[in-house]
Design a protein around this ligand. Structure first.
Ligand code: PAF
Length: 266
């Protein structure tokens, strides 16, 4: 493809493809000539008590989806191809201190390890990641800069079901009752954003109130807070000219859901 002078867009995935991924593929198509999708359930980004063994795997179906969507190449390596002789790791100083980094130790180090490998193997011109995992995007962007990959990274907006639930491969774990409750997370984020846009600049109480409401509905909150977009540090006071992320992670039963909304004042 490169010899033919075609630019290459990479969309790294862990498979179990859904319409959220389709949007990532479309973005890649818009910005490159050939689209490469990687499918690899990356063991190094799962903690010992997480869902690596049960994570949905459906390679045949995913390959059909990619074929139907005219993906030019699928890279679906085996574990040994990626980690046969592994020795090194990548450390993160502060971007993983809060949000998912705080409750999933080692997660972003594992993500960086595999994405660094994928960047080196595929050598794409652009790579597309979803806004749903916004902390992941910011950390990968930092790696792209610091490790001089020189790839144009694109963040695709969150794709939602009609009731607002952010699409995720893990939504398949939800029971019918949990699935009805799940969009409550997005409604809370929207409410917080609206109140901030109305002028609240110290949102501590507002957030505590939303946490209690979600907990009363049956969510177990991991975090719900406002973070500065550049540093991913939690903020108590908001300033007009900065960009923020209102982000949440919460359990419904044993399913961990994440979601976020951006506030860009400028
Ligand atoms: O977002 C994901 O699906 C994964 O974290 C990624 C980027 C494919 C790395 O395994």
């Amino acid at each position: 493809m490169r010899n033919q002078g075609r630019s290459i867009g990479l969309v790294p995935t862990m498979g179990a493809l859904h319409s959220g991924h389709t949007e990532l593929f479309k973005k890649a198509r818009d910005h490159s000539d050939a689209v490469v999708v990687s499918i690899f359930v990356n063991p190094t980004q799962f903690g010992p008590n997480e869902d690596f063994d049960t994570y949905p795997r459906q390679l045949e179906k995913d390959l059909e989806t990619c074929k139907a969507l005219d993906i030019d190449l699928v890279f679906a390596p085996e574990r040994d191809e990626m980690y046969g002789d592994s020795e090194l790791s990548i450390q993160i100083d502060s971007l993983n201190r809060h949000m998912c980094g705080a409750s999933r130790p080692g997660f972003f180090e594992g993500v960086l390890l595999v994405v660094n490998k994928l960047f080196n193997i595929i050598e794409p011109d652009i790579a597309v990641f979803g806004q749903k995992d916004i902390q992941q995007f910011q950390i990968i962007q930092q790696m792209n800069r610091e490790f001089n990959h020189g790839i144009n990274l694109i963040m695709a907006p969150i794709v939602r079901a009609n009731d607002g639930l952010a699409l995720s491969s893990r939504n398949t774990y939800l029971s019918d009752k949990e699935r009805v409750l799940a969009p409550g997370l997005f409604r809370s984020l929207q409410y917080i954003k609206k109140r901030i846009e109305e002028g609240i600049d110290t949102p501590g109480l507002l957030i505590e109130h939303q946490k209690s409401e979600l907990e009363a509905k049956g969510f177990k909150i991991d975090y719900l807070n406002i973070f500065l977009k550049t540093t991913l540090q939690p903020m108590n006071t908001l300033e007009k000219e900065k960009s923020y992320i209102i982000a949440v992670a919460a359990y419904l039963g044993s399913t961990r859901l994440i979601d976020n909304i951006l506030i860009e004042f400028s």
